[in-house]
Design a binder for this molecule. Structure first.
Ligand code: SF4
Length: 236
């Protein structure tokens, strides 16, 4: 999830008072300058998730949902909250303060010019981090192609327009199954930590379709479209 708009507030605050508000609105997105934080192991892949290219994401500056122009790699939130996983509620401190990402350094709630200047520039992508890992990168590219958001979003529109076209639903179900299978295969055969999957492949197509208003359910290990398909997408 991307943070709420960080518009300049009417406030007398001129410096950080460690209220924690910015850290409670979701973790930061990464930029190229943050690459060493991940390469050095300060921030692990299991702490991250990816909003894939083309996925509808909230643009804080424009104030609306837009297809993401590139991958957006972000720090995960704590369970059942949007608070960044590195925020310590008890001490109101960032656990990696001295090595925090550039967005955290730039985000000053009393003056948003710095964050606005870097917001969508030099975003770090999965290719920057894994493009030279043969095998794994091939899988990620293959997944990106077969589960491209351009295809998925077009299918959603077509299914909504046709209401119940079995062929379109079959196409969507194929993508859902492929997306789930590759995740499970990478965990089982590749011995990859399951907590890294959201970083490697983004959120599941199943979850995306549900958030876009598709009525899908799982029964006996299979996914099925149910009869009524709402016409209004549910923003994430
Ligand atoms: S990395 Fe630290 S400063 Fe940045 S949002 Fe998380 S807790 Fe806050």
């Amino acid at each position: 999830m991307i943070r709420e708009p960080t518009k300049k507030k009417e406030t007398s605050v001129t410096g950080c008072i460690r209220c924690g508000t910015c850290c409670k609105k979701g973790g930061p997105a990464f930029h190229l300058e943050d690459k060493p934080l991940i390469e050095s192991g300060t921030i692990l892949a299991k702490h991250l998730f990816t909003i894939r290219k083309g996925e509808p994401a909230y643009d804080n500056l424009k104030g609306c949902l837009l297809p993401s122009a590139t991958d957006i790699i972000k720090i995960k939130s704590q369970k059942s909250a949007r608070t960044c996983i590195f925020y310590d509620e008890e001490s109101s401190r960032c656990k990696i303060y001295h090595k925090r990402p550039v967005e955290c350094k730039a985000l000053k709630c009393w003056d948003t010019r710095e964050i606005e200047a870097i917001y969508d520039r030099n975003r770090l992508t999965r290719q920057d981090l894994m493009g030279d890992i043969n095998g794994l990168w091939d899988l990620i590219e293959d997944h990106q192609e077969r589960c491209a958001y351009e295809t998925v979003l077009t299918l959603v529109d077509e299914i909504k327009a046709s209401k119940t076209d079995p062929l379109l639903e079959k196409k969507a179900l194929y993508i859902i199954q492929y997306d789930l299978q590759i995740r499970s295969s990478v965990i089982k055969k590749g011995n990859v930590d399951s907590h890294m999957i959201d970083f490697l492949f983004g959120r599941t197509i199943f979850d995306t379709l549900k958030s876009l208003g598709m009525n899908i359910r799982r029964k006996n290990g299979k996914h099925l479209f149910t009869t009524t398909i709402p016409s209004d997408p549910q923003p994430t």
